[in-house]
Each structure stands twice: as C-alpha cells, then as structure tokens.
Write a protein that binds this ligand. Structure first.
Ligand code: S3P
Length: 430
C-alpha cells in the first residue's frame, strides 16, 4: 500500500479537537496491565498501529484482552501476573521502537526464550542501548549487529546500578520493568530528565519506586494491581494542530482532555515564547498524569533555538516545529539532536529534503538543522520516508504553501494517528 494525500493551502484553523490516547502512556499501561494481578480497563487507548503492535505481542505472550472500539476505544485486559506464556512465534513489533525496547524488559524476566522483530525501519534501529544493560542483569540477547530481530533468553535477573549513556525514556522504562523481575534494587541514572510516564505508570499500578535527582530506584519482586482509567489525549499528536494554529494569526483551537505532564509539555513553553497565546483550564491529575483543556490563539510567531535538555524534551515535536520554521519571523535552529538520525527515519535528512523540495533554504548540521525564517514555500510532491511524524509535519507546512502539496506514503500517519488527515480537514478553514 502506498497512499498519497493532497493538502491544499488554508486560511485558518478553528474548532475543538479531541485526541486519541497518548501513545507513550498506552504502551506502558498495556504492558503493566499484562503483568498485573487482576483486570484493567483502559479507555481512550491509542488508536495508532504502534500501540496495536504492543497488544498483538501481549496476546502472543498469552495475555487475554478485548478491544471495544465502539466504547471510547477501550481495552479490557486480564492480567497474567508476573509469569507470561512462551510465544509460539516471533513477537511482531511492527514499526514500534517503544514496543521492542520496553517489552524486552518484561520478556527478559521470563523463563523462556522469545524472538522480537519488526518492519524494515525497526530493523535498522539501534538496540545495543537495551542489550548492554539487560545482559548485565543476566538476560542473554542475540541480535543482528545490535539491531532487530532480537532473541531474548530470560530468567532470574539481578539488579544493576546503571548510568544510561543515551537519554531515552524507552530504555529507562525497559530497565525499570526488568527491575521488577530482578533480585535486589535496580538503580538507573539518566543523563537528562526524560519523560517520566514509566515511573508514573508503575506507581499507578501499585509499585513503589523513588527518585533522587536524575536517578530512579526500584525493588524487585513487587506485585502490581490492575487499574481503570481514561488515557489523556496525545500531546505529540496535538502538536501538529498547535503548530498549524501558529501559522495563522486568526486561529482558535480548543483541546480537551490533553496530557500536560511537565516532562512532555515543553512544546507549550516554546510555542508561548514564540508568540502563541495558550491557556489551560480544568487541570486535574489522573493516576499521577496531569490532564487539562488547552485553548490556543494564533499570533505572529518569532522563532526559537532548541538545544540541550529542550531537544530531548521536544524530540517527537521537532519535525513539525522544523516544518513551520520557514514561516516564523526569525527561523528555528535545532542543536544536540543526534537522536533524530535514528528515529523511524533519519529525521534530519527527511526534514531537510522536504523543506528544500518546498523551496526553503535550510542548513543540515551533523546534529541538527538551521532553518531561516521569513520564507514563502511552494507546494510540491513530497515523500513521507515511511515516517508518520514526517507525513503529518509536512501536511502542516503545506497549509501555508503556495499551491497544493502531495504527500506520498501518507498512510504511515496511522502508526500514531489514523484519523489525522480527516481531523485536519475538519479544523481548517479555506
Ligand atoms: C518514547 C520515548 C522517545 C520518543 C518515542 C516515545 C517513550 O524515544 O521519541 O516516540 O514513550 O518513552 P527515546 O526513548 O528513544 O528517546
């Protein structure tokens, strides 16, 4: 399948948009529900194909669940407890780095051997970041030169004290999950604070863990209970509409039930610094996650420099920020973003290629991008590079281009947000 999407220029963006459940939280809740004792009910579970990959792998590990799309995308799962069933075939992680990296922490604690594999893009992504610490805990892992497929032979794990060389919430979560199956106390230190959904979710399911500075500690042998919850809307999916609002000063957008976790919400600070008017109402905490209703008014936007801890905090939003950068007054510079090269595509190349295709000036750096502001782009035919965030980011750039834009391979948006294009059409005014 190779679909194309035509995106025509717009005049404005107005309305209310409800987002599917956050992808990072959906993965974690599904995995923890699977190893909990008792049932869980997860409403507004992500509709993305990545989170379906996690559910598929859990089924292959003997976990019983049912999906009720008509009832607010609810997943009802019966926890298997800490012991899963040996799969009879390879666990298919599809395109999902989160599935292979986080679930491997649970598989490593099982008394069987399992293969974890994925599509062509996943098969290119680096896994030594989980192989090294899981092997130190006692798991045996074979790989293709540090890439999937992985063959994990689990067993009784021992706790480790580990300093992560790469800032990655997927790796941190993988090791916290493995820590549940280890003898003793596992301590993980991250070089920068990354999203804390793993820690928040573990506490919601009844685990105890402590954080001291940039380190988290978890004791092995803890039992989890199930939860009933409504998953907050995905902020990284909302980012496309928020950045679209930034393109048109008359825009007005309301986003109810949106995830506002401080380790994820850096985008809101950056957009406000750039000039967008943002307010939040109805703030509440659900199972430790902050949720609220967001109101956004478009305004002329200045530009920004994103580096260091900001780059890590904004890693999934950089494609769309870069895609609107030429329309800002001063442009956007992204630094310290080496990780962008090992996402679903090499996002530095994908962004630079597509911006140039639309007639923009852009400088590709080894670890970032420099995109001058005050530019007018033209529509053209672009490639998604099979990367959901690139397909969606460039459909936003297309809204202010001259002429129409065709996005080839647009079906990959379904990896995180299957209804993205129809929702966007609903919100734009022409
Ligand atoms: C995620 C962490 C980030 C992010 C990914 C989701 C998570 O990846 O890019 O989309 O849910 O923990 P890294 O852990 O590789 O930084």
């Amino acid at each position: 399948m190779n679909d194309s999407q035509i995106v025509r220029p717009a005049r404005n963006l107005r309305g209310t948009v409800t987002l599917p459940g956050d992808k990072s939280i959906s993965h974690r809740y599904a995995m923890l529900s699977a190893i909990a004792d008792g049932p869980s009910r997860l409403e507004n579970y992500s509709t993305g194909a990545d989170c379906a990959s996690t559910l598929g792998c859990l089924r292959s590990l003997g976990v019983k669940w049912e999906r009720k799309e008509a009832a607010a995308n609810t997943v009802e799962m019966q926890g298997s407890g800490r012991v899963l069933t040996a799969p009879t075939r390879s666990l298919d992680c599809g395109n999902s780095g989160s599935t292979i990296r986080m679930l491997s922490g649970i598989v490593a604690g099982q008394k069987f051997s399992a293969e974890m594999a994925g599509d062509e893009s996943l098969s290119r992504r680096p896994m030594e970041r989980i192989i090294t610490p899981l092997s130190a805990m006692g798991a045996r892992i074979a790989s293709q030169n540090g890439r999937p497929p992985l063959r994990i032979t689990g067993g009784t794990l021992k706790a480790i004290d580990y300093k992560m060389p790469v800032a990655s919430a997927q790796v941190k979560t993988c090791l916290l999950f493995a820590g549940l199956f280890a003898e003793g106390e596992t301590r993980i230190e991250e070089p920068l604070r990354t999203r804390d959904h793993g820690e928040v979710a573990l506490r919601a399911f009844g685990a105890q863990l402590d954080r001291i500075g940039n380190a988290v500690r978890i004791r092995g042998g803890q039992y989890l209970h199930g939860i009933e919850t409504h998953i907050p809307g995905d902020l990284s999916s909302a980012a496309f509409f928020l950045c679209a609002a930034a393109l048109f000063p008359g825009s007005q957008l309301t986003v109810p039930n949106l995830l506002m976790n401080p380790t994820r919400a850096r985008l809101l600070d950056i957009l406000m610094q750039m000039g967008l008017r943002i307010s939040v109402t109805q703030l509440e905490e659900i199972h430790g996650e902050l949720v609220g209703t967001l109101h956004v008014e478009g305004h002329r936007v200045k530009g920004a420099t994103i580096s260091g801890a900001d780059t890590a905090a904004l890693i999934d939003e950089i494609p769309v920020l870069a895609a609107i950068a030429p329309y800002t007054e001063k442009g956007i510079e992204v630094r310290d973003a080496k990780e962008l090269r090992v996402k679903e595509s090499d996002r530095i190349v994908s962004i630079a290629t597509n911006l140039r295709g639309m007639g923009a000036r852009v400088e590709e750096l080894e670890n970032g991008l420099k995109i001058p502001g005050g530019q007018q782009l033209h529509g053209c035919e672009l490639d998604s590079f099979g990367d959901h965030r690139i397909a969606m980011a460039f459909s936003i750039a297309a809204l202010r281009a001259q002429g129409e834009t065709i996005i080839r391979g647009s079906e990959c948006a379904a990896i995180s947000y299957p209804d993205f294009f129809s929702t966007l059409e609903h919100l734009v005014e022409r």
